[in-house]
Write a new protein. Structure first.
Lengths: 309, 309
């Protein structure tokens, strides 16, 4: 982003973020809160797949891991949700690290298929491990964040602020890593030409694993936020439709920019929820169309429009 | 000498043998379905270098076409299967010129990365939700093309299941004969081995790409029409099969239709026999576990010809 455009963009983003507080309608707050969670998820996918070029088809799995881990520790061990966020992120990051090892040998198609298989395994475990996950009914009846107001509207507002604060912090961390550190340069070098990156002395193994850990960890954090916000985690969060939506958002926004997928998630989620008024079934038709049209004709996504202008 | 798990007593052996046979037969029938599905997927990958994430949606469309022909138009069951084959073939013919070719043109000679995966994921979401929009989410029942049960003494198999197996055997024999002896089939194999050389020999590449894609998805369409009476039809019926077929094609070696055929039976028989050892709800894990292990140990698959790109 051009330096002089940045304060303006930040001011606009900040103003928009405060809008649901100034116009406190439960429906607006619900959509805005969930959109923020999706923004974090899309950005986490972009770090791994957009920046580093390691395509994951399994982010629904990391998201579900974070959500289940957070819900389970709070329900079964009465862990504070504030700590639960950390638990969700850590467990997803650990599994992401494990998933990263096959990625050291595999590229493109094969990596996508392994991560898809991993997400499917996570979904099956969630569906069948009754004692821990509640099976098809999922986990419910656990407490939310402590210390928030108790009246309905004020609680939603506070919850929105919590989610936006966590999401913003996480996205800033990812942005700093990708744009300000040598890790970010290594990520892009791996994406452009892994062999060349290696010959230039970049420890590609280390940076690929780092990208996996960061990406899956932040996806898990998004899952934990989701668990405490929605107060229900069921196996369907791990479904391939979730991954499809994440990838759709990132492609829509523009890969490898972080803020593109964030914007893509906010717009597409708004569209997705907005289209419910037209008909529940048409929203995913639109997501499918958006993915196809943008992949073929607008590969830079929404981010590309800014460059063109 | 006692064979099998030590926990089983001597008196249980005849019953065990019986169920072993029963599961084996089930596995072989299931293998016919997997083969119809996975051979097409593998053929498409071998020729177009595209993993068709939307393969299962053509399976679902085949089921809906059979439902339309048999239940809505009161046509005989055989026409339903035929209609599904023709319908999915024609639909498949459109996929290359409308989606794959434009992306290919835009990319030029640049590496494709996983863009085709994302593209067909978009197609999958689009088709699946379009089916939901048109036909609704209800489970539709299709009457079997054949009724009755064949009594084999130890176990019984419905004629419908035998029909699936027979049609699969005939179609796949036909497909392999086509690839082996027909001049178009020869062209398909030539393109699969070396597209540039094939084009230099005067083979019309776009034509072969479109034809291969249509053939591949039509196999899935026939599978959908034949399985409709056993599975019921709903928009997402094919997607789990797609994911499983990825595992099968990886086991068989990507782009190797004959390998996919063998791997289909390996997975299906392993799945049905697994019921004797592990709870049945976990049997779907087997394919993904095999896939991940295979990718880590021998990514080229059992019969693969090349290492992954």
């Amino acid at each position: 982003m051009k330096p002089r455009a940045r304060p303006l963009a930040l001011a606009v983003a900040g103003g928009l973020a405060l809008l649901p507080i100034l116009l406190p309608h439960p429906f607006v707050l619900t959509i805005a809160t969930q959109a923020a969670i999706w923004a974090l998820l899309a950005a986490s996918w972009d770090l791994l797949s957009g920046y580093t070029g390691q395509i994951s088809f399994g982010h629904a799995g990391f998201f579900a891991l974070g959500a289940y881990a957070a819900a389970a520790v709070t329900k079964h061990a009465d862990v504070s949700p504030w700590l639960g966020l950390l638990v969700g992120a850590t467990i997803a990051a650990a599994v992401g690290l494990l998933a990263g090892f096959p990625a050291l040998r595999l590229r493109g198609h094969y990596l996508a298929l392994v991560t898809l298989g991993l997400a499917e395994i996570i979904r099956l475990v969630a569906q069948n491990w009754m004692t821990l996950t509640g099976g098809p009914f999922g986990i419910h009846d656990y407490r939310g964040f402590s210390g928030l107001p108790t009246t309905a509207l004020a609680y939603r507002q506070a919850m929105y602020l919590v989610v936006v604060a966590v999401v913003t912090a996480a996205i800033v961390v990812m942005y700093q890593v990708c744009e300000r550190t040598s890790a970010g340069k290594a990520f892009r070098a791996i994406r452009e030409d892994e062999v060349l990156a290696q010959t230039l002395g970049i420890d590609t193994t280390r940076y690929k694993l780092l990208a996996f850990v960061l990406s899956s960890g932040f996806a898990g954090l998004a899952g934990a936020l989701y668990a405490y916000y929605v107060q229900l985690v069921s196996p369907s969060v791990a479904s391939a439709a979730t991954t499809s939506l994440i990838i759709g958002m990132a492609v829509f926004g523009g890969l490898g920019t972080l803020w593109g997928p964030v914007l893509g998630a906010l717009v597409l989620y708004g569209l997705y929820e907005g289209l419910r008024f037209v008909g529940v079934v048409y929203n995913l038709v639109a997501v499918g169309l958006v993915i196809m049209v943008f992949v073929i004709y607008l590969p830079r996504g929404l981010a590309g429009f800014r460059r063109a202008a | 000498m006692r064979v099998g798990a030590g926990s089983l007593t001597t008196s249980a052996d005849p019953a065990m043998l019986e169920s072993l046979l029963e599961f084996l037969i089930q596995g072989v029938v299931l293998g016919g379905l997997y083969a119809l599905f996975a051979v097409g997927l593998s053929l498409i990958f071998g020729v177009l270098d595209v993993i068709n994430v939307a393969h299962g949606e053509f399976f679902a469309i085949g089921g809906y076409l059979a439902f339309g022909a048999v239940v809505l138009l009161h046509l005989p069951g055989a026409l339903g299967v035929f209609g599904a084959a023709v319908g999915t073939f024609l639909l498949g013919l459109c996929v290359y010129p409308l989606l794959i070719a434009p992306l290919k043109r835009r990319l030029g000679g640049r590496p494709q990365g996983p863009l085709y995966l994302v593209l067909t994921l978009g197609l999958s979401t689009f088709l699946q939700s379009s089916l939901l929009a048109v036909a609704g989410g209800d489970y539709l029942r299709v009457p079997p093309q054949l009724t009755g049960i064949l009594d084999l003494g130890v176990t019984a198999v419905s004629y419908q299941r035998l029909l699936v197996l027979t049609v699969a055997a005939l179609l796949l024999t036909g497909l392999f004969a086509f690839l082996r002896f027909h001049s178009e089939g020869l062209a398909v194999r030539a393109v699969s081995q070396n597209p540039d050389a094939a084009q230099a020999m005067g083979i019309n590449l776009p034509r072969i790409f479109a034809l291969t894609l249509a053939l591949g998805v039509a196999l899935a369409g026939v599978g959908g029409a034949l399985m409709a009476p056993l599975f019921n039809v709903y928009p997402a019926v094919g997607f789990p099969l797609t994911i499983k077929a990825f595992a099968i094609t990886i086991l068989g070696g990507m782009g190797n239709p004959a390998g996919a055929l063998v791997a289909s039976f390996v997975i299906s028989i392993a799945e049905s026999l697994s019921v004797m050892v592990i709870p049945s709800q976990w049997q779907n894990l087997i394919a993904f576990a095999v896939m991940i292990v295979m990718l880590m140990v021998r990514p080229r698959g059992l019969f693969g010809r090349s290492v992954p790109r």
